[in-house]
Design a protein around this ligand. Structure first.
Ligand code: M6R
Length: 608
């Protein structure tokens, strides 16, 4: 959510900043801007509302008009609006009234209103509605002539979360930065020093990444970077090496990243599970550490948000059925109210593609505080969640660019199955149950591939039928309910068609009153233990005029059916999502939506 980039070095900053913003744009795209210390000695800012292409156009305009954009130190930002509309005035960088400080910021300053009021009473005139401008104005009002000292005085006055990069007009060779709860990373190479909110923007320059921890600040110059702890004492930091290169953001001939990423799922799942499967057994590698004294674990709890929560919902069913250990799933954003029962005997499994989702990170911290064993399933190496978890298993989805998750979701599910199999083996699960489960996991990539091939045409036909409707319902039971939830989320987030998922048995308890002639209802009936009951619910909605679409193991009389060859009953969630993703994609396509960058969303949600 929002992207920060910065550079201080020997090369022209503007192209480096614009390239970095391009790599970060999928995290927020309401507006963008850069600020550069020019060779002519001024601090120049260019901003534009809307997509990054608008900023590119604005930079070109400025150059044509003779602006001096040449300089080797600068910062940039791409915004996901929280405070204030996505206008140019609200775009970062934000400048203090007398132009001494320029700030880009991720996160939320929770006491911004009180600070703004106080500053206004002191005569400060604000130019934007953002919480970020408060930081710039406060820095200027506390200015001591030494930016680091000014930061030390100012930061304790800020409540909330922030990662910020700051330029001070008295030190045109320096970027100052600070982190509290929102991620900020630093990398160096022979040309200079780079900072970014996300490793995707740093990896083209270096694989050695320094993570700022909460409360730390840094001072970045071409030839020298200094790190300080919260008390202002200089500290030494060690870089972490990011082992694998993030896949490049290349559409590879596809019209949209999402469609490409849907097709990448079999390979991504294969890459993820292959290192965990060994001749019919599962070995979690370094993450085995979390299972030490396994017999003490008396509960497994999955935490995540959005699609990652859906993965946890599936995990809850699979773990409990395979191991008999009580398992649960909670929305990480709601976890504060549920943490009381967590203790050292709880295995908390955190699911997050980005590894930076603020709600999930806070839930992880609560679980750590309560002494739980924590294992995270994360796609981004070196991310905050990966770093703060007891153990981590990386999904190998590669860079996922489309905001709607597809391949990351599928790889997360695959890791959850592997963890369930490992826990089951430790619990002494009988081989006649374990072997077919691990075999099904082994062949999952092929099953995904078959499902992709066989469901595409029907998904397009379904999209033709529903794309002009206003509402759709998804129903299913147990693991199929998870498939319904993910299907509904995919459809609404990219096509803006209102879609809701219901546990199929719950419809008759209220929601069925919304079913009328022609209402689209997508029923997921893959799990054989519950399919017959869901089929009855299909009859009920059909009787009330619904247009029913079924994702099922055999054709349904009252519905258009996408037939999917059954896999292991505990792995059906992985197959159900394929036609649901394709339906969402083609519906959004027909509705002419911006599929990869749906309105109001961001890839990484780093505010609570
Ligand atoms: O990066 P995370 O996996 O922690 O993100 C969690 C959710 O924000 C994410 O799954 C979101 O729901 C997606 N847009 C769904 O497609």
């Amino acid at each position: 959510m929002c992207g920060i980039i910065g550079y201080a070095g020997l090369e022209e900053a503007a192209p480096i900043l614009l390239d970095g913003l391009e790599r970060l744009e999928y995290r927020g795209y309401d507006s963008a801007g850069v600020a550069i210390f020019t060779k002519g000695g001024s601090l120049l800012r260019v901003r534009a509302a809307g997509r990054l292409t608008n900023l590119h156009a604005r930079v070109l305009e400025q150059l044509k008009a003779g602006a001096d954009l040449h300089g080797e130190v600068g910062i940039g930002h791409t915004r996901w609006a929280t405070h204030g509309e996505p206008t140019e005035e609200n775009a970062h960088p934000h400048r203090s009234a007398n132009g001494k400080y320029m700030v880009v910021h991720n996160g939320i300053i929770e006491n911004h209103a009180a600070l703004r009021k106080r500053l206004q009473e002191d005569g400060v005139v604000f130019a934007s509605q953002t919480d970020t401008e408060v930081i710039a104005q406060l820095l200027e009002s506390n200015d001591t002539g030494d930016a680091l000292e000014t930061m030390r005085r100012t930061l304790p006055q800020l409540e909330g979360s922030y990662a910020a990069a700051i330029l001070y007009n008295q030190t045109p060779d320096t970027i100052y930065c600070v982190r509290r709860q929102s991620p900020l990373l630093i990398a160096m190479n022979e040309t200079g020093v780079f900072l970014a909110s996300d490793s995707a923007a740093l990896l083209p320059h270096s694989r050695q990444i320094y993570r700022l921890e909460d409360g730390e600040t840094a001072m970045l110059k071409a030839a020298q970077t200094r790190f300080y702890d919260g008390a202002g004492t200089e500290i030494a930091k060690t870089a972490i090496e990011i082992a694998r290169h993030v896949t490049t953001a290349d559409r590879g001939g596809y019209q949209h990243f999402m469609r490409k990423e849907i097709d990448e799922q079999p390979l991504a799942v294969h890459r993820t599970i292959a290192p965990l499967l060994h001749q019919g057994t599962v070995d979690l590698g370094e993450a085995e550490a979390v299972l030490r004294n396994f017999e003490d674990i008396n509960r497994v709890l999955f935490l995540g948000c959005g699609s990652a929560y859906h993965v946890g919902m599936a995990g809850r069913v699979v773990v409990e059925e395979m191991t008999g250990i009580p398992a649960g799933a909670e929305l990480a954003s709601e976890f504060r109210g549920f943490a009381a029962s967590i203790d050292p005997r709880t295995l908390v499994i955190i699911v997050s593609q980005s590894g930076e989702t603020a709600d999930t990170l806070m839930a992880l911290r609560l679980a750590n505080e309560r002494g739980a064993r924590t294992l995270s399933i994360v796609n981004v190496e070196g991310s905050s969640i990966a770093s703060e978890s007891g153990s981590v298993i990386y999904t190998k989805a590669g860079l996922e660019v489309a905001v709607a998750t597809t391949k990351a979701y599928s790889t997360q599910l695959a890791v959850v199955y592997a963890v369930a199999a490992r826990l089951a083996a430790l619990r002494g699960c009988e081989q006649y149950r374990l072997r077919p489960f691990i075999h099904a996991l082994h062949t999952l990539p092929e099953r995904l591939d078959e499902t992709l091939q066989s469901t595409q045409a029907s998904a397009i036909a379904w999209a033709e039928e529903i794309h002009e409707r206003e509402h759709a319902y998804f129903i299913g039971r147990n693991l199929d309910y998870v498939g319904a939830m993910e299907g509904a989320l995919k459809l609404k987030e990219i096509s803006y068609l209102h879609a809701e998922a219901y546990a199929a048995g719950e419809l008759k308890h209220g929601t069925i009153s919304l079913i009328e002639q022609g209402t689209p209802v997508v029923a997921v009936c893959l799990r054989r233990e519950t399919a017959a009951k869901t089929a009855s619910n299909v009859e009920e909605v059909f009787a009330r005029g619904a247009r029913v679409f079924c994702i099922a193991a055999k054709p349904e009389a009252k519905a258009q059916t996408i037939v999917i060859h059954p896999t292991h009953p505990l792995l059906v969630t992985s197959l159900a999502v394929i036609p649901a993703q394709l339906l969402a994609y083609h519906t959004a396509f027909l509705r002419k939506c911006d599929i990869d960058k749906p309105r109001s969303l961001a890839k990484s949600v780093t505010v609570e």
